[in-house]
Ligand binder design. Sequence first.
Ligand code: ZN
Length: 103
Amino acid sequence: MSDRDRDQDVFSTDEQLSDDELGASRSARRSRRRRSCPFCVEKVREVNYKDPDMLRRFVNEEGKIRPRRQTNVCAKHQRSLAQAVKRARYLALLPYTGHHVHG
Ligand SMILES: [Zn+2]
C-alpha cells in the first residue's frame, strides 16, 4: 500500500532542500520542468551509493532501476546511478528484489 505511494514521488524535494536551495532551483529553472536531472540540480558529481534512502527513489518495488523517462535523470547520472545501485546491492543496502521483503 505505502510502497505504491512512494512510487509517485520520484524525488521529493520538499523534505530535502532548504529554503535557500528551493529558491535557487526555482529561479534556475529554464525550460518548464524538462530535463531537470535531480542530480544535476543538486550538483552531484557521482551518485552516492551509501545513501540507500536516496537510491530507493530510483528503483521500483522490485528493486529494479527505474527508466530515465520516469526519473528525469540525465545520461551521465543514470550511469553513475546504475553503478551506485549495484554497489548498494552488493553492500546489502538495497535489495536485489523487493519481493522477499514482504514474503
Ligand atoms: Zn544529471
